[in-house]
Design a protein around this ligand. Structure first.
Ligand code: ADP
Ligand code: MG
Length: 528
């Protein structure tokens, strides 16, 4: 397996050229093993983790086996999600860049079926589709399988997780007996083995062992964090490491929404991705992330599966994954294409044991780190700013700025040093209020740990209604009114719950505000 290169894998020159063009220097281990086997026409079971280049492992031989003169459908790749179908189709199109007469089409639900049918009629040889939609077309006879020679199941475990088993079986029943069946999966649970037994013949098993799997250039850290402090710790880590793009994993859709709001409230460019979102919404989010408009993607495991963006420099396990395997999937989102990557996992209480188990399972070391203090954050910010300053002094013309400073020095009692220090403080965003440790409101009696319960000294007797409270809080602080939680009104006072991340702003904004013309006092509630 030494000195394996694309030239001696027996590929046609067009593909070798495309591969070079894509910047691949040598085949990845799974590619080195799978490509020759697939070209021989063998059925195949390929097991390798995310990010190991499985797409090209089947895409390259698939393309080479397609006869461009035959305009009938020759190959089908099944993928679990629309995003993956599009991504795989894109990668295969890139691989086919220098080949002529090959048409590749992604097929998925949510797309206009009439349009799909029209595209299918114009001589598509290879479709990349989700099982449901492919089956739909088979039923309608808008795709015909009689010339099909290869079926690929990509991310087979995930397709089964998503409930596609029956659809997959229906498709495999409906394709020619003497086709080649290739299956790729990150894990090999029993149902997968059942499918391989039933639908493959003498399949060769190609497994890239775990050791090769853990991506070497990812630094992995963990932090012991109380759940209520996770947001703050995440912010500090984001400020210290300033990753270009990051993905933050949560275990639930609700947590995704909460965290996105919290991050937005703190001034980060974040967006969420989860299964409840409409397809257009998801596409928009992914586009924003790819283009760097959004630099923090907050996602659930399923929604993030297969996301492949090279500039992701950090992965956060905001919640520890429920499944050990997911840990590997998650951190595989970073450190791609030879770049550095870091992963940060938050654990609270007993979760430390779960983390140890992940380490054992993944044969990897996750290093404990101390939660950075606000001082650490401040120091890093200062270092970063001073680095920028060096660059600016070296490369920019500062004449007019110097004049302004000179002017200030001459007309005040301050030295240039005072002025520089004030600027530094300003740039680091460390004016007095910000520097306070702001995340611990203590227990205010709110049921949801994400909320803070506030006390206002005004109630029913003053003819105040809940709407007035919402209006005042939202109006003064700029917090969306719909984020306000339970409002309990009593005769002379009111309790109102607001998201923890907004609590400080609300208190600040309400200091001098009036409700129904009346001056009020507002403060965090005492527990009971
Ligand atoms: P998987 O399906 O195993 O998760 P992908 O096929 O999505 O992985 O590949 C992950 C990334 O690695 C993609 O950006 C792909 O273009 C790139 N890649 C694939 N093969 C190679 C290679 N031989 N050399 C360098 N990069 C590669
Ligand atoms: Mg893949």
């Amino acid at each position: 397996m030494e000195n394996m290169n694309f030239e001696n894998l027996g590929l046609c020159p067009e593909i070798v050229k495309a591969v070079k063009h894509m910047g691949f220097e040598e085949p990845s281990p799974i590619q080195a093993k799978a490509i020759p086997a697939m070209l021989e026409g063998k059925d195949l079971i390929g097991q390798a983790q995310t990010g190991t280049g499985k797409t090209a492992a089947f895409g390259i031989p698939l393309l080479q086996k397609i006869d461009p003169k035959n305009k009938k459908l020759q190959g089908v790749v099944l993928c679990p999600t629309r995003e993956l179908a599009i991504q795989v189709a894109e990668e295969i199109r890139n691989l086919a860049k220098y080949m002529h007469g090959i048409k590749v089409l992604p097929i998925y639900g949510g797309q206009e079926i009439v349009k799909q049918i029209r595209s299918l009629k114009s001589g598509t040889q290879l479709i990349i589709g989700t099982p449901g939609r492919v089956m739909d077309h088979m039923r309608r006879k808008t795709i015909k399988m009689d010339h099909l020679h290869t079926v690929v199941l990509d991310e087979a475990d995930e397709m089964l997780n998503m409930g596609f088993r029956e659809d997959i079986e229906t498709i495999l029943e409906g394709v020619p007996q003497d086709r080649q069946t290739v299956l790729f999966s990150a894990t090999m649970p029993k149902p997968i083995l059942e499918i391989t037994k039933k639908y493959q013949r003498n399949a060769e098993v190609i497994k890239v062992t775990k050791k090769e799997l853990t991506v070497p250039n990812i630094e992995q850290f963990y932090y012991e964090v109380k759940p209520k402090n996770k947001e703050e710790v995440l912010s500090r880590l984001l400020d210290i490491y300033t990753p270009k793009l990051s993905v933050v994993f949560c275990n639930t859709k609700k947590q995704v929404d909460l965290l996105v709001n919290a991050l937005l409230g703190r001034g980060y460019f974040a967006a969420g991705l989860h299964g409840d979102m409409k397809q257009e919404q998801r596409d928009r989010v992914m586009q924003g992330f790819r283009s760097g408009k959004t630099d923090i993607l907050v996602a659930t495991d399923v929604a993030a599966r297969g996301i492949d963006v090279d500039e992701v420099e950090a992965v956060f396990n905001y919640d520890l994954p429920q499944d050990d395997e997911y840990y590997v999937h998650r951190i595989g989102r970073t450190g791609r294409a030879g770049r550095i990557g870091r992963s940060f996992s938050f654990v609270s209480g007993k979760e430390v044991y779960k983390l140890k188990e992940i380490q054992r399972y993944c044969k990897t070391k996750i290093y404990a780190q101390k939660v950075p203090s606000l001082d650490d954050v401040a120091n890093t910010k200062i270092e970063n700013i001073l680095d920028d300053v060096d660059r600016i002094i070296e490369s920019e013309d500062l004449t007019s700025m110097m004049e302004a400073i000179e002017n200030k020095v001459n007309h005040s009692d301050y030295t240039a040093m005072d002025i520089a220090a004030a600027f530094l403080q300003m740039c680091a965003g460390m004016t007095k209020e910000d520097a306070e440790d702001e995340f611990d409101f203590g227990d205010t009696g709110a049921e949801d740990p994400g909320m803070v319960r506030l006390f206002i000294n005004i109630g029913k007797k003053q003819r105040v209604r809940p709407g007035d409270i919402v209006g005042a809080l939202a109006g003064e602080s700029g917090m969306p009114g719909k984020l306000i939680g339970t409002i309990d009104m009593f005769d002379k006072y009111t309790f109102v719950e607001v998201p923890r991340e907004y609590a400080k702003d609300v208190l600040e904004a309400m200091k001098h505000a009036k409700i129904k013309g009346k001056t009020i006092a507002i403060e965090p509630a005492n527990q009971k």
